[in-house]
Design a protein around this ligand. Sequence first.
Ligand code: NGF
Length: 291
Amino acid sequence: MTKKLYSALLTSFNADGSLNEKGTREIVRHNIDVNHIDGLYVGGSTGENFMLQTATKKRIFEIVKDEAGDDCDLIAQVGSIDLQESKELANYVVNDLGYKTISAVTPFYYNFSFPEIKYYYDEIVKDVDANLIVYSIPALTGVSLSLDNFAKLFENPKIIGVKYTNADFFLLERLRNRFPDKKILFGTDEMLLPALSLGVDGAIGSTYNVNAARAQSEIKAFEAGDMKKALDIQHQTNDLISAILNNGLYQTIKLLLQDMGVAAGYTKEPMHKPTPEMESVAHDIYNKYLK
Ligand code: NGF
C-alpha cells in the first residue's frame, strides 16, 4: 500500500471530563496493534482538542508519543485561534517530545483575512525544526482557502501539504494538478474512493479508529486497479458511517471501541453522554458491521 492511512485519534475522557490517560493509551495501542495504522493525527477535531486547556493538550501529546514511540507516524495538530498557544504547542511537541510533523487548523471565528492566515502559518513553523500540514476543514471553521491561497502558503518550504476535509473535488483535483509534490491527506472518510481517484497521498479520519481494515482493503483494491471491489468496500463502509453519524459521531465511535475492549471513555461536555438507546444502537452497529 503506497497510500497512507492515519486515524484521527480520539481522546478518552472520564465521566467528569478529566483526561483518562490509561484509556487514551489503549486507543493508541489499538490503532497500532490491531489496526496496523500508518499514523495518528493527534489533537484534531476527533480528539475534541478545541475544548481543551493547554496543559491537557500537552499531556495528550506527551502520552501519545510515549505510548507510540516510533511504531507509527505522528502528526501533532497545534492550531488554535490563540496564536501564542499554537507556537507554544509547536515548540513543545517538536523540541520537548520529538514530533517531526505538525499541523494547524485554519484560524477561525474572526473572519481573518488571507494575509493574516498566512502570517499565522508562517509564525507557527518559524522557530521549529518541523514540517507543517495545513488543516483545512471549511464546514467546521467557515474558512475556505482558494487554489491561489494554497499556492501562497506552500511558498513556505516547511509547509508540506494539507489535510483536506472538504467535499470540493474540483479544488482537490486542481490542488493535485498544481502541487504534485505536496502531501494531500484526505479527511472525509465516506468519500475516500473519489479522493483516491484524484491522487491523494492518503487519508486521515475518525472512523479509521474502528474501520481501518476495510479502508486498507479498499486502498489495496484501488491500487491493484480493482475498482469494483474498492467501490463495494466503500458501500459497506458508508453503511457503517451512516449508522455512526445517525447515532452521534464521537460517542458512537467510542462505544464501538468499548465493544472491542478499548476503554475509549466519554466525550467532553458540552457534548452529551450516550443515552441507553445510543448504547444499544452502537452494540447493533458493532454486531452488524464490525464483529
Ligand atoms: O470529524 C470530522 C468533522 N471529520 C473527520 C476528520 O476529518 C477529522 C472525519 O473523519 C479529523 O481528522 C480530525 O481532525 O480529528 C469524519 O468524522 C468522518 O468522515 C465521518 O463524517 O468533520
